[in-house]
Write a protein that binds this ligand. Sequence first.
Ligand code: 3SL
Length: 243
Amino acid sequence: MKLFLFHTPEEVPEQGAPDCAIAIDVLRATTTMAAALAAGAEAIQVFSDIDDLLTTSETWPTDKRLRAGERGGGKVEGCDLGNSPLDHSPERSGGKRLFMSTTNGTRCLKRIEHAPTVITAALTTRQAVVDFVLSQQPETVWIVGSGWEGTYSLEDTVCAGAIIHGIIAATGQTFKDLAGNDAAIAAVSLYLQWQDQLLDLMHYASHGQRLLRLNNEADLQYCAQLDVLNIVPRQHELGVLGL
Ligand code: 3SL
């Protein structure tokens, strides 16, 4: 198995495809996806474009859908929800399809949607993702951070490092066996440095600071938790994720 890390969707090679692609947007899209599915959402359908989301979701029964739209950290007008994992509970999300568009996370998923296996990862689901990858034994894995509008994000990289570290710990293999590129090795160093201070790291991260300015401290606390959900959101049809 070879693990490659790309910090942003823009870094993903134009040519070729991995056996398994993993999208990460710790703050907050992939954390929210996991929270929604853990709360019993039927599925999550992702869109790059808000107008497409609004049009497609119109075809769905009103009581069976939730429309989640985020731009610049805030809720998009016309949507039911923004992009907070704390929005999801069995009462609100159970049995519903989440139609979702966010600034970077859903765009990241769109970039890798043609890989044979596409999953999402967050710190909250890290161990479940490690177990999934080990059970599937893909030859090549692309781990893709969502970043922020084309730039590197600390929180996505530390999550990638946590996943790679988990695979190394479980298999006893070395970087020589597993690392597909230098970024994969650097991410593990970042994780080892910050593993006991993940919430502090969220506070230093530029997007963490953006969310704090929007009064989302509770979201940072939620997103910084490691291994609290034993689920792996997985794409079952193009642009639609479930368990
Ligand atoms: O960029 C994204 O996809 C979002 O996760 C950003 S936010 O955390 O909702 O602001």
